[in-house]
Design a binder for this molecule. Structure first.
Ligand code: ARG
Length: 569
């Protein structure tokens, strides 16, 4: 068992001896090293329930059983906090075990469970907006974190490839484009065609009618319409794919909304059968007023289905096919009502199986005016953003390493640029508002992607120097903790599995980002106060082992966030 498990077991047994059946024994890292390494706050709550004095109860717990070997002392403070000080030996052994484990101690809480994550999910024939970008970056980090926790993840890109917009697009494509333009079709061009055609539907009833007819032909399976529609998808996916490649994002499935088309009619029938759908002004709706939610339309007056119908059918299909423990959706905050509505409908229909439906929403990132915002303020071309990040990173690289080979500098700039953009997003709680600035994202000091990449590269080079000078493997040296800074760093390393587990449970990669930033700060306090290579051999070897463990955790954590870790920087 690891240190935390042992401490919990000891405390749990002590609580049991003093207050049988009341639980207690959870430990958390202490906020302040003066109060020990870990603390347990359970005595207060239990004493309150039992009508006992909390300090006395805590005192009794601490004295109930002999101190286990991993603890140096256990003391009561304030109203009944139990402060634990771990023995340096136990912490060192814990770090050795963690660093020697391929999973770095991350608990396999998801083993045997499946999770579907629906993320990115842009719309065909439209550039990704900032919401899709955040969904891609946050969703992918959750994806990686859950896989590390042992879940069998099905990452599904639920692209918007069906709906009334395709009538408007088909008609615009037919009328507005030259052959050459059709040949060299891009998402940008498709968007222009859409806007022009859409505007015309507003002023030209005959045009509107033609768009409707085109849609009807597409829905009826007209081969010519389908062929053009497929091309819209192909062009869009190719462009999205370029971005996914750069971001290191891969999906297991890319099932567009169109995949669920045949299931929409039966879904509405089911809603009717269960008495959930009622007719209102020619449309079919689910009245959710008694649950404090707005009416949800599931079949429009013209017979068409909509986003809600598709999402209900999608849950049904995913539950049948994958029997997941969770289905996670990552979108921007504007869709909260939609998710609440169809989650509730699925529950009422009993469609969820054992799945917990979870909407992970995030605020829209604010972009400084003029940087990469366009007309509507939130439509940006992601590729332009990535290019800009790489170009800015390239300047920094060229200044510091003009002598490095061109190919390495280019690759490095790309890695720094991507890392900066991703980290700027992931380091904030998704539900808070962020204002993105280049200076902060690309800063080499402070809480930024490049700062962590730099810390990682510096560790690599230190380990390399040790190998070259001493001729031994850092990972094989015995770990011993001398100074308080070493112990603080080691204690933080022991928290890595918890940080990953919590990030996965809450679907907040920011928990892991915070953890890694703190790790790099603790490392730098240690490193500034303790020479490694220049220390006398026994101390040097113990310290390099601590550096090796730090490097493994930092690299592993950044990989879970999808942040590239260049060897040197
Ligand atoms: N395509 C949608 C949009 O751009 C996002 C889809 C999210 N996933 C879902 N199952 N509704 O807003």
């Amino acid at each position: 068992m690891d240190c935390e498990g042992l401490a919990r077991a000891w405390l749990g047994a002590a609580f049991e001896a003093v207050a049988p059946g009341c639980g207690g024994g959870k430990v958390v890292p202490s906020k302040d090293a003066r109060f020990g390494d870990w603390q347990c706050n359970d005595a207060m709550g239990i004493a309150k329930r039992l009508g006992r004095n909390p300090r006395e109860l805590a005192q009794a717990v601490v004295g109930a059983l002999p101190l286990p070997e991993i603890l140096e002392k256990a003391e009561v403070a304030g109203p009944g906090f139990i402060n634990l000080t771990l023995s340096g030996k136990a912490v060192a052994a814990g770090v050795e075990a963690l660093a020697g484990d391929a999973a770095l101690g991350v608990p396999q809480v998801g083993a045997g469970e499946r999770v579907v994550i629906d993320y990115s999910s842009p719309n065909v024939a439209k550039p990704m907006h900032i919401g899709h970008i955040r969904s891609t970056v946050i969703g992918n980090a959750i994806d990686r974190i859950l896989r590390a926790l042992g879940y069998a993840v099905v990452a599904d890109n639920h692209v918007g490839d069906w709906g009334t917009q395709f009538g408007i697009l088909l008609e615009g494509y037919r009328a507005f484009l030259t052959d050459a333009e059709r040949e060299a079709l891009t998402v940008d061009l498709l968007e222009k065609v859409y806007v022009k055609s859409y505007n015309r539907t507003k002023e030209d009833p005959a045009w509107l009618e033609r768009c409707r007819e085109a849609l009807v032909r597409l829905q009826a399976g007209d081969e010519a319409c389908l062929a053009v529609w497929r091309r819209f998808i192909e062009i869009s996916m190719r462009e999205f794919g370029r971005v996914y490649d750069r971001l290191g994002v891969r999906f297991d499935l890319c099932r567009g909304e169109s995949y669920y088309q045949p299931m929409l009619g039966p879904t509405v029938e089911l809603l009717k059968e269960r008495g959930l759908a009622t007719q209102s002004e020619g449309a079919w709706i689910v009245d959710m007023k008694d649950e404090g939610l707005e009416v949800a339309i599931v079949r429009k007056r013209d017979g068409g289905f909509n986003y809600t119908t598709t999402d209900i059918a999608t849950v049904r299909s995913r539950v049948e096919e994958f029997d997941p423990a969770r289905i996670i959706y990552v979108t921007d905050e504007r869709q909260q009502l939609h998710f609440r509505q169809f989650f509730r409908i699925c529950e009422r229909l009993g469609l969820c199986g054992k799945a917990r439906l979870q909407h992970v929403w995030f605020g829209l990132m604010r972009l400084p005016e003029g940087t990469f915002s366009t007309r509507q303020g939130n439509v940006i071309k992601l590729e332009t953003l990535l290019d800009e990040a790489a170009a800015r990173a390239r300047k920094i690289v060229d200044e510091s390493h003009p002598d490095w080979p061109e190919a390495e500098r280019a690759a490095l700039a790309e890695a720094i640029g991507i890392g900066a953009i991703k980290y700027a997003d992931l380091s904030h709680d998704p539900t808070t508002m962020i204002v993105f600035t280049w200076d902060k994202a690309l800063a080499l000091e402070g809480n930024s992607g490049p700062y962590l990449q730099y810390a990682n590269a510096r560790l690599n080079s230190l380990l390399e120097k040790y190998r070259a000078a001493v001729g031994r493997e850092p990972a094989e040296q015995p770990l011993a903790l001398g100074t308080p800074a070493e112990k603080a760093l080691a204690l933080h390393l022991l928290q890595y599995p918890n940080a990953v587990a919590r990030a996965g449970e809450l679907c907040k990669p920011s928990v892991l980002a915070d953890y890694l930033y703190q790790l790099s700060q603790l490392y730098s306090s240690f490193y500034q106060g303790s020479p490694v290579l220049k220390a006398e051999p026994a101390v040097r070897d113990a310290r390099i082992r601590l550096c090796d463990a730090t490097s493994k955790v930092l690299r592993g954590g950044l990989a879970l966030l999808g942040i590239p870790t260049p060897e040197r920087l």
